[in-house]
Design a protein around this ligand. Structure first.
Ligand code: ADP
Ligand code: MG
Ligand code: ZN
Length: 477
């Protein structure tokens, strides 16, 4: 029976750090450009080249270790992971198999039952990325090309304990980890763009057991959803094997995002790991670690709690406004300009975020600065324009650098709140829609909404809807 088994899952996660340069040379850390633009004797590993370990890389890696609650090791070192493949100019990769940067951390996620669950992190080590192979063909002969832009790009590898039990937990773990690492500014963590790469190790055991059985590793998932689907598929496949009496053999499989299955991948030669003599040992004194810890930003959970307390957001709004650091800073910048926090949260979530997405902009590079949005929202709060017009003005804020006030003037968005003017509108609507008036008087409450709508339309969307409704109700008796 399927339900007699449980899955045991451990993740190995590569995060590409966003330092300005590569790990051991001054080449720019940029992988998307024309091939072989960012190369030098060090990252091509020409004879005699001496690696220079980047301090910025160390700081970004330490921050990852700290937010994942790890013990940063006072002493860590690089070793040479030997294998032979054309993506590796020197025949080994500088990594930290024996003396990793950080150990014994944890990360808390919300499980399927709504309870928080602490998942162990075994270690975090630094390593350099390898070159990228591009396979082409002229129709007859297959050709492999090597792009060294990625060679020497800094990575940290995060290895979890086999503490995860379901696809949901794996997806939540990655979501949480991604938020944290983005918060401390060490990486963009995009699975789609390859700056976050997750391999999943999966084994199956009877529910009553606490043994670790033979595991299978799966690779090549390029989104969180694919990660979940690949793990689901692999758990079913392994349970199926066990039920039909086939033993699980240790191997690596690739997720096929089109066919939505995993299939075996040919084994890769793995050589020894030997100490590297060229890069000095890394010593991290306590003072450095403490200084780094003090420099960590307020993290999303703390921030959400503060938003509830300080700004009286409800919990969902607070979680949303603190989900990304840029978003939280934008929100607070608007609030600091005297906009009611819930108004700000509402407009940012329902208008700003979708509008930015549509225009492929981010909160840090949009012309709709916190200042301009705050000015607009203040006009809404002061009843100078209504919500409809505010949405229109907001769209124009993306196109011009006029102030919201100037846009309102120029386009005549000013709200009609003048009682006499509203009364004229209402009288006109009442006389042209006598059947709706009758319906209302015969008890059809819906007809009021219709009449308000008509009056709004007659005002070209500029009437104050609240006052309009009051006047209508009064006139209808
Ligand atoms: P390997 O030597 O094959 O790389 P490790 O012991 O280094 O294996 O573990 C690699 C990853 O696999 C870790 O994330 C660990 O939690 C996970 N893992 C180890 N054993 C199992 C198992 N039996 N089932 C599932 N995951 C496992
Ligand atoms: Mg391993
Ligand atoms: Zn270089």
């Amino acid at each position: 029976m399927k339900t007699d088994f449980e899955a045991v899952i451990g993740l190995e996660i590569h995060v590409q750090l966003n330092s300005a340069t590569k790990m051991f040379c001054d080449c720019p850390n940029r992988t998307g450009d024309e091939p072989n633009q960012h190369i030098c004797p060090i990252c091509l590993w020409l004879p005699g080249a001496m690696p220079q370990f980047s301090h910025e890389v160390l700081e970004k890696a330490v921050r990852v270790g700290l937010v994942l609650n790890c013990n940063i090791q006072q002493q860590s070192a690089f070793d040479q992971k030997v294998y032979y493949y054309p993506d590796l100019p020197k025949g080994y990769q500088l990594s930290q198999a024996h003396q990793p940067l950080a150990k014994n951390g944890w990360l808390e996620i919300i499980g399927e039952d709504g309870q928080s669950k602490r998942l162990g992190i075994r270690k975090i080590h630094m390593e350099e990325d390898v070159a990228k192979l591009v396979h082409e063909s002229d129709g007859r002969t297959p050709i492999s090309l090597v792009d060294f832009n990625r060679a020497g790009v800094p990575l940290v590898e995060i290895v979890t304990e086999p503490d995860l039990r379901s696809p949901h937990e794996a997806m939540e773990f990655i979501r949480t980890l991604r938020t944290y690492i983005r918060y401390v500014g060490s990486s963009e963590c995009s699975m789609e763009q390859g700056s976050l790469r997750v391999d999943a190790n999966i084994s199956i055991r009877p529910k009553s057991s606490d043994q670790l059985n033979t595991k299978v590793e799966i690779k090549n998932m390029n989104s969180i959803r694919n990660l979940g689907d690949a793990i689901t598929y692999e758990i079913d496949r392994q349970i199926g094997s066990l039920i039909s009496g086939d033993p699980i053999v240790i191997h690596t499989r690739l997720w096929d995002p089109e066919k939505r299955v995993t299939s075996p991948m040919r084994g890769k030669f793995e050589g020894p790991c030997v100490p590297d003599p060229s890069v000095p040992q890394i010593a991290i004194p306590d003072e450095f670690q403490n200084k780094m810890r003090c420099l960590l930003p307020e993290m999303p959970d703390q921030k959400a709690a503060r938003f509830v307390n300080q700004y009286k957001l409800n919990y969902e709004e607070a979680v949303l406004m603190s989900s990304e650091r840029d978003l939280s800073e934008y929100f607070e910048a608007v609030v600091n300009r005297k906009v009611r926090p819930r108004t700000a949260a509402h407009w940012i979530a329902t208008q700003m975020v979708p509008a930015l997405k549509e225009r492929n902009q981010s909160l840090t590079d949009t012309p709709v600065t916190p200042d301009r949005l705050a000015n607009l929202l203040t006009m809404v709060e002061e009843d100078k324009i209504n919500a409809n017009s505010a949405k229109e003005v907001m769209m124009r804020l993306f196109e011009t650098d006029q102030t919201p006030q100037a846009i309102v003037e120029q386009w005549g968005f000013k709200q009609i709140s003048e009682i006499s003017e509203l009364e004229n509108l209402v009288d006109e609507v009442l006389s042209t829609h006598s059947s709706a008036v009758n319906n209302f008087r015969n008890g059809q409450a819906k007809a009021l909404g219709f009449l308000v709508g008509q009056a709004m339309q007659a005002s070209q969307g500029k009437a104050n809807p609240k006052r309009l409704r009051e006047i209508l109700t009064k006139k209808l008796g």
